[in-house]
Design a protein around this ligand. Structure first.
Ligand SMILES: *[C@@H]1O[C@H](CO)[C@@H](O)[C@H](O)[C@H]1NC(C)=O
Length: 337
């Protein structure tokens, strides 16, 4: 079974048989994926460096994780399935297949052709999304949403005859538990939005993963003064205050955006802003301001517009804003003043 996940700006390709086995062979968990691909499949590497990015900026460890977790469980990538196995041939086949499959599934364009485009205000029906994708793929796709009714994953299913690397991949009807999106009111948000997955029946023990920017370009620089408003649970709720924390009552702090490199830095009355120990902090003790970007809708850090906190602040409470996953996800918009 193979699964391709397209998450907002990112695509993940997961090839598996639906059993979700993980980390099946520690002896093949390579720690040099970049070098392996540089030597054996440089064009695949180049594509991955553009489209299969780690949102925290560490592509090598992200690829190692995906290969180690999913690739080593693909039975036909086991050394015994090769006539003349050489170490790391399996990882090369895995990434080559993930990239070549991903190129055949332009979900973003398929949705856009049906008028389904990322929007922070519009919602879509499950039937409309399903129809747009089915008409191109040939079979129904599993369409998954998160708990906030935001389009989160698309799973494309295939039957595979032969090996992952050289077998025939035939689009197929979904197996498993069906779409998790509600029938109406689905949000397809501009940056972390839609996702795509591929499930391949017929190949025991298999899972692969790929990512790619499909929506708005990032790297737009903001400049001047503005407020950093917080969007959470589908609506605006408070803003970032001068220390870099989220506050839902009271006055928003004024931030200054200054273009820097491919993005911009931010500062408040407290000082420069940085991501420090995975948390947003603005303080006089910050010596090096972090470079942020703007995707046209949201503030982004390291290619992702997702920020997190442990709990939505109420009353006079402030919540720390993290770049690593926590219970509550949020996004940050810029309101120039
Ligand atoms: C990558 O590491 C493996 C051992 O884990 C080694 O056999 C292989 O030669 C290395 N490949 C490159 C291109 O460095």
């Amino acid at each position: 079974m193979a699964t391709i996940i397209l998450l907002g700006g990112d695509v993940n390709l997961v090839l598996g048989d639906g059993t979700y086995e993980a980390n099946c062979d520690a002896s093949r968990e390579y720690t040099n994926i970049t070098q392996i691909l540089q030597a054996a499949a440089p064009s695949t590497l180049q594509y991955m460096q553009t489209y299969w990015k780690d949102y925290q900026g560490n592509d090598e460890s992200f690829w190692e994780h995906e290969w180690g977790k999913h690739g080593t469980c693909i039975s036909t990538l086991e050394p015994s399935c090769y006539a003349n196995y050489k170490a790391t041939d399996d990882a090369v086949d895995y990434f080559n297949k993930a990239v070549s499959l991903f190129k055949t599934l332009p979900s973003y364009s398929w949705l856009a052709a049906a008028g389904i485009v990322p929007s922070s205000t519009k919602t879509y029906t499950l039937a409309a999304i399903q129809s747009a994708l089915t008409s191109k793929f040939g079979f129904a796709v599993t369409i998954n949403c998160n708990s906030k009714k935001e389009l989160d994953e698309l799973w494309y299913h295939y039957n595979v005859q032969g090996s992952v690397q050289s077998g025939t991949w035939q689009p197929a009807a979904p197996v498993g538990s069906g779409s998790t999106c509600p029938s109406t009111g689905i949000k397809y948000l501009p940056k972390p939005g839609g996702t795509t997955s591929t499930t391949v029946a017929g190949t025991p023990g298999t899972t692969v993963t790929t990512s790619a920017p499909v929506s708005t370009a990032s790297g737009t620089a903001l400049s001047g003064k503005g407020y950093l408003n917080v969007v959470s649970g589908g609506s605006q709720n408070g803003c970032i205050i001068s220390a870099g924390t989220w506050y839902t009552t009271g006055t928003c702090a004024t931030f200054t955006a200054t273009p820097s490199g491919s993005g911009f830095t931010l500062s408040s009355s407290k000082g420069k802003c940085a991501i420090s120990s995975n948390a947003l902090t603005c303080a006089s003790s910050v010596t090096t301001a972090t470079v942020f970007a703007y995707d046209g809708t949201y503030l982004t850090y390291s290619g992702s517009s997702s920020f997190y906190t442990t709990a939505v602040p109420t009353g006079t409470k402030q919540s720390t804003v993290y770049t690593t996953s926590q219970a509550v996800s949020l996004q940050i918009t810029w309101q120039a003043i």
